[in-house]
Write a protein that binds this ligand. Structure first.
Ligand code: PRP
Ligand code: URA
Length: 206
């Protein structure tokens, strides 16, 4: 089973607070922002740099800046919680959206929205905080690949072993980056110990 778990103690501390059912939506959103910064840095630690000449206040200097042309695709709705931190960190990022909702009985996700920028030849981060069965993530990755994407990473907060295995099986080329690998899914396909329904906790729709 292949998943990269962010090792930083701050990431573990933040996930613990997200798990706590007493954490209210405003705090939940703020913790999500902080954690996404760590995860986004982890998922982009090999982004290419290019040379650029600048003027410091003292002299000309040949420096390095990030190459343009990187894409982030949040899976609606919960993935939207991870978007502000990524856009803040990478102001030149292009943003695509994929709307997927799991059926409450079958846990099978169906698509209700898709709008992607050009992804061919660009690093694309698919972001969704919860990787449960892996159905939503695999559908989102399918959509990015159908649009020409070849360099895809999946960034989540909490992953279940079942979801990691499914993404590894369907998309062995996609690296998964997460903050926690949990024990298992329950009968309703919720992650245990997990943190509940991320979208509901983020937007106060419990
Ligand atoms: C949640 C979550 C993921 C999906 C994970 O979304 O945000 O997208 O479930 O489950 P899976 O791995 O079994 O597909 P949900 O469908 O509840 O929609 P929401 O984000 O709009 O709340
Ligand atoms: N989606 C969530 O928001 N939480 C889970 O535990 C599983 C899917």
């Amino acid at each position: 089973m292949e998943i990269r778990i962010a090792a930083h103690p701050v990431a573990r501390h933040l996930v613990s607070q997200l798990r706590d059912k007493a954490t209210p939506p405003a705090r939940f959103r703020s913790l999500t922002n902080q954690l996404t910064v760590i995860l986004a840095l982890e998922a982009t630690d090999d982004l290419p740099l290019e040379r650029q000449s600048i003027e410091t206040p003292l002299e000309s200097f040949e420096t390095e800046v990030l190459e343009r042309g990187f894409v982030v695709v949040p899976i609606l709705r919960a993935g939207l919680g991870m978007l502000p931190a990524i856009v803040e960190l990478f102001p030149d990022v292009s943003v695509g959206y994929i709307g997927l909702a799991r059926d409450h009985t079958t846990a099978v996700a169906s698509s209700y929205y898709l709008k992607l920028p050009s992804v061919a030849t660009k690093r694309t981060l698919v972001v969704d905080p919860m990787l449960a069965t892996g159905g939503s993530a695999c559908q989102a990755i399918d959509a990015v690949k159908a649009a020409g994407g070849t360099d895809i990473r999946l960034v989540c907060v909490v992953a279940a072993p079942e979801g990691v295995r499914e993404v590894n099986r369907q998309h062995p080329d996609v690296t998964i980056i997460g903050a926690a690998l949990d024990r298992e899914l329950n009968d309703q396909r919720y992650i245990l110990p997990g943190l509940g329904d991320f979208g509901d906790r983020l937007y106060g729709t419990l």
